[in-house]
Design a protein around this ligand. Structure first.
Ligand code: UD1
Length: 415
């Protein structure tokens, strides 16, 4: 177990450069399994989740190098289509290899995924899509065996715009015969980035970024060079830290249009945000206002920013309400924030936050990636010393978190 120690309660100040998107890099790495040429990916973040995905692809026979944010992959000679639980149990995104393996080799045998414990996280929508494309599967002993001689395009309606199901089906359909239409699909920027990557490899996908994606299958996909989009969740986390601590920062290497919901909510609180090109500056107001948050599929407010926003709402005065609609178990950080003097009451999917108090340092436990970020923001704003146990969760999704926060003036280290 690693621990994060923060001794700081002063405004953050300076500039920070955001890394490539974890949630874009993971599916794109998986999509390499669809391809038979050399792939060069830039802006890949240095994260433990990326290391696990590299291990997964290597285990399947993909040749990979990764240095200085650039990853090369060649999946021409895949030697294995079976993944054991010691690999899939570590990241939820491991299940994204099923679509590519099924499409390219007609078979996959993969243990059901693990990942952050933020909800039950079923894969029924992924399976519904594969079934519509003609696949047959069995599930036993926590493992799915799925096969199909050749996938055929189909019209697929998703009951919920699941990010992972949209990606998995889109990848499978890229090598299916004929046209696939996914309706009520997810429209996150990470979906568009995956479609851009597949299209650069020779795929024929249109509509990504809307609620209807059309995929015309091709016989094979080659290599390409692609730069992964900036991590909007990392960017938003720094923006929230700036406002919570009363600071002012410049956030570089971002796409501001991916941050609209977060920027809007921070503006409601009183922050001043100026966007220019691939950067923005954010100033915290002296007097902040409370606001309500409801997590929604993109372009709604992201569930991955909910816990970090809660730390901020503890400090804005007044009462705020957070409603979590995506994952049923995403308030696990609340008892830990309460240990830091936060005044939060949870009732089902809602958290009511009294923002009139101040946060005080304490020893707390991170329960998942984003809760670790929320506790770090609270620690940056709290009086006294904060110790965050299980801080290795942060390394799953934030590249050089301590280094970047130190450069913004935070007294922070991991041990
Ligand atoms: C992705 C992100 C995660 C983010 C989430 C929602 C990655 C690697 N992870 O996760 O950080 O929090 O999107 O923005 O990109 N669901 C089903 N059946 C399914 C699939 C999903 O019921 O087959 C439900 C889930 O339980 C959840 C909701 O749909 O309640 C959203 O899940 P989904 O959009 O699939 O999230 P992930 O792709 O797992």
């Amino acid at each position: 177990m690693s621990r994060l120690i923060i001794n700081s309660s002063k405004p953050i100040d300076g500039e920070v450069s955001v890394s490539g998107s974890k949630n874009s890099a993971l599916p794109i790495l998986s999509a390499c399994l669809l391809t038979e040429g050399n792939v060069i990916l830039s802006n890949i973040p240095d994260l433990s989740d990326i290391d696990v995905m590299i291990q997964i692809l290597s285990n399947l026979g993909c040749k990979i190098t990764f240095e200085n944010s650039t990853l090369t992959a060649n999946a021409k000679n895949i030697t294995n289509i079976c993944l054991p639980y010691d690999l899939t149990g570590r990241i939820r995104a491991s299940f994204l290899v099923v679509g590519p393996l099924l499409a390219r080799f007609g078979h996959a045998s993969v243990s059901l995924p693990g990942g952050c414990t933020i909800g039950t996280r079923p894969v029924d929508l992924h399976l519904k899509g594969f079934k519509s494309l003609g696949a047959k599967y069995t599930i036993s002993d926590g493992k799915i065996d799925i096969e199909c001689k050749s996938l055929k395009g189909a019209r697929i309606y998703l009951d919920f715009p699941s990010v992972g199901a949209t990606q998995n089906i889109m990848m499978a359909a890229s090598l299916a015969e004929g046209e696939t239409i996914i309706e009520n699909c997810a429209s996150e920027p990470e979906i568009s980035d995956l479609a851009d990557f597949i299209n650069k490899c020779g795929g024929r996908i249109t509509g990504a970024g809307s609620d209807k994606i059309i995929i015309n299958g091709v016989k094979s996909l080659g290599g390409c060079s692609h730069t992964v989009i900036p991590d909007r969740i990392e960017a938003g986390t720094f923006m929230i830290a700036a406002v919570a601590s009363g600071g002012k920062i410049r956030v570089k290497n971002i796409n501001p249009s991916h941050l609209t919901s977060v920027s809007s909510k921070l503006t409601e609180i009183g922050a001043q945000i100026t966007e220019f090109g691939d950067e923005l500056s954010i100033f915290s107001p002296k007097i902040k206002k409370s606001t309500d948050i409801k997590t929604m599929p993109y372009p709604g407010f992201p569930t991955d920013m909910q816990s970090q926003f809660a730390s901020l709402l503890c400090l804005v005065g007044g009462t705020s309400v957070i409603t979590e609609t995506i994952f049923e178990n995403r308030f696990m950080y609340v008892p830990e924030l309460v240990r830091m003097n936060a005044k939060i009451k949870v009732d089902g999917r809602c958290a009511v936050i009294d923002g009139s108090g101040e946060l005080v340092g304490a020893e707390v436990n991170a329960t998942d990636l984003r809760s670790a970020a929320a506790l770090a923001i609270a620690g940056i704003c709290a009086k006294g010393k904060t110790v965050i146990n299980n801080s290795e969760f942060l390394n799953r999704g934030y590249s050089d978190f301590c280094k970047k926060m130190s450069m913004l003036g935070v007294d922070i280290y991991q041990e």
